[in-house]
Structures are given as structure tokens and as C-alpha cells.
Design a protein around this ligand. Structure first.
Ligand SMILES: [Zn+2]
Length: 182
């Protein structure tokens, strides 16, 4: 039995985040997104999600003003390629997408997606990451979410934990998101 997780930190490489913002600007004000790659570790009640790369939507993705359907085949290929390139040290962590000119809070469909991802995420202890970039084109608002298949439910909808961008990160190469009480 592992210790309960009290604090969560999500680390994203600055250049990975820049890549996501460029893809967002390219499709604005249509939604876009992709998958998050990296690794997760836990120690003494602290959970770290380390995002080392993000993959874009793929050529067969569909972009709408209020919906985004990714190119799933492309994402499976890219996740497998990353897993092999890192000799199995890094893998699929979750999804990211944009909410152009809107709040970065999860929609009902987003919460269902997090729950579905968590259920099949054996490699991350049935927890899954989602990053949503909302806001205006020139002033993004980004929130990271971690959901669990064991989360409390309202009906069928999971309530993921929301992690805010820290005002200061440890260094210039990484952005840090954390739950505000830690
Ligand atoms: Zn969404």
C-alpha cells in the first residue's frame, strides 16, 4: 500500500510549452491539441509529472471552434516511438488541448476523457494528466489537471485536481504547475 499523494507537481520543459503555444496560435481560434510524453514518479507523498515533449494534433485531426478530434493513430505511433527512443523510460502521460477565448476549466467531456485515460493508464498507477490552454491569443491561461479512476464522482464525471502555474519555477528550462496549498 503506497502513501496517499498529498502534493502534485507538473513540470513542463519550456521549449515543449512554447511548441504547444505555437500550435495553438497556428489554429487559433479553432481548437487544437495533442498528447503529452514524459515520466511520472512518486516519493514520500509527492507526485511528479515530468513532461519532456508534446505531440501536435496530427494530419487527420479535426479542428472546430468548440471541439477537437485528434489523429489517434498518429498519437499511438508517436507514443510508441517515444517509448522506444527513451528505452522505456518515458511514455504517454495524457492529453493537451486549447479552449480559444475561453476558460481553461474542464468541460464535462474533458472530465470523461481524463477518467477514460486514467482507467487504462496502468503505467501511471491509473492516473492521467491533462493540460488545457485557454484565454485570448496573446494572454493564455493554462491549467494542468491530474485525474484518477479512484476520484470522487458526481454521477459519472470525475473531478480532476487542478494545478496552477507557479509564479516562479525552479529554473528557466522548466515551468512548474502545483496544487496551491503546496
Ligand atoms: Zn476541453
Amino acid at each position: 500500500m503506497s502513501l496517499p499523494i498529498k502534493a502534485i507537481k507538473v513540470w513542463i520543459r519550456n521549449d515543449t510549452y512554447t511548441k504547444m503555444l505555437l500550435e495553438r496560435a497556428d489554429k487559433f481560434d479553432y481548437e487544437t491539441g495533442g498528447i503529452l510524453l514524459g515520466y511520472r514518479n512518486t516519493s514520500e507523498g509527492m507526485e511528479h509529472w515530468v513532461v519532456t515533449d508534446a505531440v501536435g494534433p496530427g494530419h487527420s485531426a479535426k479542428h472546430g471552434k468548440f471541439i477537437f478530434t485528434p489523429d489517434y493513430e498518429y498519437h499511438v505511433e508517436e507514443a510508441e516511438r517515444h517509448f522506444n527512443d527513451t528505452l522505456g523510460k518515458e511514455y504517454y502521460l495524457g492529453d493537451w488541448h486549447t479552449h480559444p477565448n475561453a476558460s481553461p476549466r474542464t468541460s464535462w467531456l474533458d472530465r470523461v476523457t481524463i477518467l477514460r485515460n486514467a482507467k487504462r493508464a496502468n503505467h501511471t498507477n491509473n492516473r492521467s494528466l491533462m493540460i488545457i490552454i485557454g484565454g485570448q491569443l496573446t494572454s493564455n491561461k493554462t491549467i494542468s489537471y491530474v485525474g484518477s479512476e479512484r476520484q470522487t464522482y458526481i454521477g459519472l464525471v470525475a473531478k480532476p485536481i487542478a494545478l496552477k502555474l507557479a509564479s516562479k519555477s525552479a529554473n528557466n528550462d522548466w515551468l512548474l504547475f502545483h496544487n496551491p496549498e503546496f
